[in-house]
Design a protein around this ligand. Structure first.
Ligand code: CP
Length: 314
């Protein structure tokens, strides 16, 4: 199931994992592994990004992504601006591009962008005037590349041979940028089998999911899988209620202890967070021995350090 794609020699921006290729993804994961080892052996800041300024431009709320980019940049020695959208001149009508150019004029070097509109990070990358780079921290339901990388990194730390893996992604696929980036990363890395399970009205069109098996029944979908990635119900992206009730959703698509026993005994449980307990996942599973949820969060810092270091070609 390997997808061959030519990989650029170096990253200019990170907008999506689509077409990034196994060699670049592997390079980023290897670098994250090295930075992780260095951090745990020395517990001190590196100076790879000394003199650089990274701006977090978050037009949507975030706990994990924003904080871990902040930490990642600081651990590499950069200065960080957590741009406060609410008190900025965007509230006076300043456009995104004018905001970008204004910050570029102050010699900011990287922009980490989250926005509810698909394509915002790519749009800003096209409008950068100088050498600054843009990192997509999540755009609409399109892409969340660093989440895709950190999920692959977390899986690889436990199960290095992707070709032997059966991975299931369950939940609100339609609205999930995480699912799209996970699919790109897992396919690029040659995952053995990739399954999707979701209510019919929370599934994208089949052509958006090449090489993916769709299994409607969650119990059947779980049979024999090595990794299950649960997704949050993204009500903020739904035009109208797309699930009858949270209880009904949980009854059909919630991962509880009984269901987890249908997967392989050592099946890893991932969730990008934030989690809705007893909606997508039971607390007993989220906090249980097979859960990698907090490990994902911790790994996110090292993966984002790797992405920043790679973008600055250090
Ligand atoms: N997984 C993720 O993107 O979480 P945040 O919204 O808290 O950044």
């Amino acid at each position: 199931m390997t997808v061959s794609a030519s990989t650029p020699r170096r990253l200019r921006h990170l907008i999506t994992l689509e077409n990034l290729g196994a060699d670049m993804i592997t390079r980023l994961l290897d670098r994250a592994e090295a930075l992780r080892a260095e951090w745990f052996s020395q517990r001190r800041k590196l100076d790879l990004l000394h003199g650089r300024t990274v701006v977090n431009l978050f037009f949507e709320n975030s706990t994990r992504t924003r904080t871990s980019f902040d930490l990642a940049a600081k651990r590499l020695g950069a200065d960080v601006i957590n741009f406060d959208i609410a008190s900025s001149s965007t509230s006076k009508g300043e456009s995104l591009v004018d905001t970008l150019h204004t910050l570029e004029a102050m010699h900011c070097d990287a922009f980490v962008v989250r926005h509810k509109e698909n394509g915002t990070a790519e749009f800003l990358a096209r409008h950068v005037r100088g050498s600054a780079c843009v990192i997509n921290a999540g755009d609409g339901n399109n892409a969340h590349p660093t989440q895709g990388l950190l999920d692959a990194f977390t899986i690889r730390r436990h199960r290095p041979d992707f070709s032997a893996l059966r991975v299931l992604i369950c939940g609100d696929i339609l609205h999930s940028r995480v699912a799209r980036s996970d699919i790109h990363a897992l396919r690029a890395l040659g995952v053995g089998a990739l399954r999707i399970c979701a209510p019919a009205n929370l599934l994208p069109a089949q052509e958006e999911l090449p090489g993916v098996e769709i299994v409607e029944d969650f119990d059947q979908a779980l049979a024999g899988v090595d990794v299950v990635i649960m997704l949050r119900l993204q009500k903020e992206r739904m035009q109208q209620a797309q699930v009858p009730s949270e209880q009904a959703y949980y009854a059909r698509y919630g991962l509880d202890a009984r269901r987890l026993r249908l997967a392989r005994p050592d099946c890893l449980v991932l969730h990008p967070g934030p989690i809705n307990r007893e909606v997508e996942i039971a607390s007993a599973v989220a906090d249980g021995a097979q859960s990698c949820i907090l490990e994902q969060v911790g790994n996110g810092v090292f993966v984002r350090m790797a992405v920043l270091a790679e973008l600055f070609d250090t």
